[in-house]
Design a binder for this molecule. Structure first.
Ligand code: RB5
Length: 145
């Protein structure tokens, strides 16, 4: 059973729970990295925890949620092994996998509705990296160490 990593701040807490149930109904296992309540918290802590977990797995995948999706995407993309894509449409989510081999989907809980969030998550998880010229471009993203 494939595991999907999930994390959010307080603004994304409710959507995280909804997506966890949705993913489990689709046959995925979910690893929840928090937060675990609507008490105010700092999104970088959660985004770093999820990014580290996804980076540690060869084919790891995760979903990160904050109010806008922006803070968690900025944070996750500081990890060299993370390609985090902030998506507000199903097309963006599908192409994030196909072209960018994105391994973290970022969502803005205050930007999109629950139904769209579910559809975007499905499009992301059902997408497949196309390789070829896209791999050449990915190889040019990270700055030299
Ligand atoms: C929290 O109020 C909010 O700033 C956070 O969820 C996120 O939108 C940051 O990018």
């Amino acid at each position: 059973m494939r595991t999907i990593h999930l994390a959010s701040d307080h603004a994304g807490f409710a959507l995280k729970g909804l997506l966890a149930r949705h993913l489990e109904s689709r046959g995925y296992a979910v690893q929840d990295h928090g937060t675990h309540s609507t008490e105010s918290c700092d999104y970088p802590v959660l985004a770093h925890a999820l990014a580290a977990a996804v980076e540690a797995e060869p084919e790891g995948l995760g979903v990160l949620i904050c109010g806008t999706g922006i803070g968690v995407s900025i944070t996750a993309n500081r990890h060299p092994g993370i390609r985090a894509a902030l998506c507000a449409t199903e097309l963006q989510a599908r192409l994030a996998r196909e072209h960018n081999n994105a391994n973290v989907l970022c969502l803005g809980a205050r930007i999109i509705g629950d139904e769209l969030a579910r559809a975007i998550t499905d499009a992301f998880l059902d997408g497949h990296f196309a390789g070829g010229r896209h791999q050449r471009r990915l190889d040019r993203i990270n700055l030299p160490a």
